[in-house]
Design a protein around this ligand. Structure first.
Ligand SMILES: Cc1cc2nc3c(=O)[nH]c(=O)nc-3n(C[C@H](O)[C@H](O)[C@H](O)COP(=O)(O)OP(=O)(O)OC[C@H]3O[C@@H](n4cnc5c(N)ncnc54)[C@H](O)[C@@H]3O)c2cc1C
Length: 258
């Protein structure tokens, strides 16, 4: 293992944060217990005082197809997984397109689009060195209780990359803002949409400093230039308070605040 200085105002998708030392894990390292693991930082909001951080190094960016079993390292970026699936004519991974992150972050978030979620196609995950079947892991809408560091996952693949499905899913992204964000800020409450609720309390487009609830999609907290952690947090708290006061619904963050 070794440390690397990462500037989160460049590295994170929402472009907030400062330069922080991150421990990079290599194959065979003992995994520290006192550090927070990050992936591609596409679902994170980093405070000025984050906990000690670690991430998986390039050793874990592997992908290997043996018969019908696809084994992928947790540091593999989603874009490369889609390319591999296309090249090898494999079905099931189309929704990874335009879903930024690494496999480990996808697993921990049970990331997905519409009814396509990573746990639907998953077979098993290696967590802290032990293989666990999907059925032994508690998971649901945008969460999976992995209880440790996922280093590798296995998928049983079927043939037939579906370019049409990929195009459809990519087209859905047209209503998403292009400004830096961490995707949806809140989970959708059961039977409702967080974006609808934020809009209904008059916060669509609401700006504080350089942070705003997007004009395009109200559940996207966007950075219009030099957005700060404090302004992001202010808008998150404001949305929670207004939605609770008007609808009695407590919005739950999808983004992880560190
Ligand atoms: C423009 C945009 C659009 C998005 N659209 C969607 C969408 O449609 N659907 C969706 O689900 N998400 C969406 N997201 C969010 C993001 O793409 C996913 O949450 C993705 O899975 C994050 O991966 P990451 O590697 O960046 O994880 P990070 O943001 O770095 O971490 C996320 C969580 O995963 C944990 N984690 C990371 N790696 C591991 C590991 N190896 N083992 C255990 N835990 C780990 C971290 O501790 C953290 O809790 C979007 C984000 C952006 C910026």
């Amino acid at each position: 293992m070794y440390t690397k200085t990462i500037n989160f105002s460049h590295y994170s998708s929402i472009k907030i944060g400062q330069s922080t030392e991150v421990l990079i894990l290599e194959k065979g390292d003992t995994i520290p217990r006192d550090r927070y693991l990050i992936g591609g930082a596409n679902n994170l909001l980093i405070s000025p005082t984050p906990p000690p951080l670690m991430m998986l190094g390039k050793d874990f960016a592997t992908i290997e197809l043996e018969g019908e079993l696809l084994t992928i390292g947790a540091a593999m970026p989603t874009g490369r997984i889609v390319s591999f699936a296309r090249k090898n004519n494999l079905s099931g991974f189309e929704f990874f397109a335009k879903l930024p992150g690494m496999l480990g972050g996808m697993l921990a978030m049970n990331a997905g689009v519409k009814s396509y979620e990573i746990f639907n196609i998953l077979d098993s995950i290696e967590i802290d060195g032990e293989w666990r079947a999907k059925e032994a892991i508690e998971y649901g809408y945008r969460f999976a209780h992995l209880g440790g560091v996922a280093t590798t996952a296995r998928f049983r693949v079927i043939q037939g990359f579906n370019q049409e499905l990929l195009n459809e899913l990519v087209a859905l992204r047209k209503n998403q803002p292009l400004d830096p964000s961490a995707g949806s800020a809140f989970k959708n409450p059961m039977g409702d949409a967080a974006g609808r609720l934020i809009e209904a309390v008059g916060l669509k487009g609401e700006q504080r400093g350089d942070m705003a609830w997007s004009q395009i999609h109200a559940n996207f907290l966007v950075n219009l230039g030099n957005g700060s952690y404090e302004d992001a947090l202010y808008l998150i708290e404001l949305a929670k308070e207004r939605v609770y006061n008007k609808f009695g619904i407590m919005l739950q963050e999808e983004i992880k605040i560190l």
